[in-house]
Each structure stands twice: as C-alpha cells, then as structure tokens.
Design a binder for this molecule. Structure first.
Ligand code: NAD
Length: 250
C-alpha cells in the first residue's frame, strides 16, 4: 500500500527531468496522475515511456497552455472528472536562462516569468477551485530553486521568478489554510537533468565541488521531498520551502 493511495495528482512539466520522476514516484505510491506537458507530442512520448517502465494504469496526459486560465481550468476539470477528484498539484514546469543583464530582452524576461510564475499562479487557482469545492483539502507543491534564496550571477529572470514562487507559496499557504489546502515548495540545488546537461562543464564542476554532501542532486531526491509533501505525513506542514540541495550555499 502506498502512502498516497487513492489520491489524484497533476504534475506540470511531467514529460521529462524532475517532473517525470515525480510522476513515477506518485504512481508508485498509489496515486493516479495526470502529467502536463507543453505539447501533445511530448506528452504522448512520456506516456509511452512510462508504459515501457510498467506504468500503464492510472496515468493520463494533458497539454494546456499553462498560462491560459481557461485552458488550464478545462484541463484540470477533465482530470478531476476522469479520476474522480483532485488532491495534489505539483507546479514543476520551469525554464531557466543565463543571459547577462545587458543582453536581456523583455521577451526573454517575460517568457521565464510566464512559465515559472504566471503558470504556477494559474494552475494553483484552477486546482484550488476544484479542491475548495470538494471540501477535502489538498496539497500544492511548487518547485522553487536554491537560487530563489541566494540569487544567481546571470539570467536574472530565473532567480527573480523563483523568489516569486516562494512568495506565492507562503501567501497561498496562508490564504488556503482554512480550506485545509497545504502549499509548500521544494528548492532543488543543482539536479541532474536536461536543464543541467546543457550547461558547460567549466560551470558545473566547480559547483559540484562546492556541495558539502559531495554530489549533484538526482531527480529522485526532489521527487522524495514532493512525495512527503503530497502525503498525509505532511498534514501539519504548510508554507515551507524545503531545500533539497546537499547543503549547497553558493
Ligand atoms: P527540464 O528542462 O528537464 O524539464 C522542464 C519541464 O518543463 C519539461 O517537462 C518541459 O516539458 C516543461 N516545460 C517547459 N516549457 C514548458 C511550457 N511552456 N509549458 C509547459 N511545460 C513546459 O527541467 P528540470 O531540471 O526537470 O526542471 C524542473 C523544475 O525544477 C523547474 O521548475 C526548474 O526551475 C526546477 N529546478 C531545476 C534544477 C536543476 O538543476 N535541474 C534546480 C533547481 C530548480
């Protein structure tokens, strides 16, 4: 028996990287899961990959534009209808950028903010709407980052967006507590995914060397923290931003 048996979750950015691992961890522990991706094609690929790993039951895919309130509301309602309810939302989808300030365009800044912040707001609103109507509480888990605590020396939209995610987390935790909807965040340090694979070795190696626990994070490290926050084991935890970063203090 899994620790989230019978619960229903939506994971944004569930097609690869950290999100894909969160999807598997939630499925393995008894939830039904809808993974959200940016395109139907990548969603279908992820569902096929999951099936290849033995995850065929209780999983579906959606691909709404995450910063479009109507598209997200329709999609989330469809998931709640199909699986019976909605208990967990993981706002995991995110994009990074490392452009120096002098070269930053407003379009690039806006693109990062749109997905990392606006989409988290839109998805939280749609999920909360369903959870409040159900009256059985819920758990919203945002993906922040260690740079949402320490800043980052380039690509200013990314750390700015993660500071905003922390603000969203703490504020919604207060606003939604009366509905027994808990809102928390995980703040990964450098974690081994495609996002990191695109960065040059010269940048990555010194970062890893500086991590007190001596290694880069794995997606499973982040998924474990999400599983805890999603479960009733975290029934008295809300408004927390949990660092999962090997004690990285850049
Ligand atoms: P990734 O690039 O491997 O995956 C990103 C996910 O977001 C993918 O599933 C992708 O489809 C989805 N996505 C991208 N653009 C989208 C859009 N417009 N609409 C919907 N979905 C979209 O990244 P990752 O490393 O797995 O990152 C996941 C989360 O973890 C992000 O919020 C990221 O900021 C955060 N994070 C990652 C690291 C790291 O080192 N990898 C560190 C700290 C925080």
């Amino acid at each position: 028996m899994g620790i989230i048996d019978g619960k229903v979750a939506i994971v944004t950015g569930g097609t690869r990287g950290i999100g894909y691992t969160i999807v598997k961890e939630l499925l393995r522990n008894g939830a039904q899961v809808a993974l959200a991706g940016s395109r139907q094609e990548t969603v279908d690929d992820a569902l096929e990959k999951l099936a290849g790993e033995g995850f065929t039951e209780g999983v579906m895919g959606i691909a709404p534009s995450l910063s479009d309130p109507d598209a997200v509301a329709d999609s989330f309602s469809w998931v709640a209808e199909r699986f019976g309810h909605l208990d967990i939302l993981c706002n995991n989808a995110g994009i990074s950028s490392r452009t120096p300030l002098v070269d930053y365009t407003i379009e690039e800044f806006q693109k990062v903010m749109d997905l990392n912040v606006t989409a988290a707001f839109v998805c939280s609103q749609a999920a909360a709407h369903i959870m409040i109507e159900q009256g059985t509480g819920g758990s919203i888990i945002n993906t922040s980052s260690m740079v949402g605590r320490y800043g980052q020396p380039s690509g200013v939209a990314y750390p700015t967006s993660k500071f905003a995610v922390n603000g969203l987390t703490l504020s919604l935790a207060r606003e939604l507590a009366k509905h027994r909807i808990r809102v928390n965040a995980v703040a990964p340090g450098i974690t081994h995914t495609d996002m990191v694979d695109t960065l040059p070795d010269a940048l990555i190696k010194p970062l890893i060397d500086s991590i007190p626990l001596g290694r880069m994070g794995e997606p499973a490290d982040i998924a474990n923290a999400c599983l805890f926050l999603a479960s009733d084991m975290a029934d008295y935890v809300s408004g927390a931003v949990i660092p999962v970063d090997g004690l990285s203090r850049p």
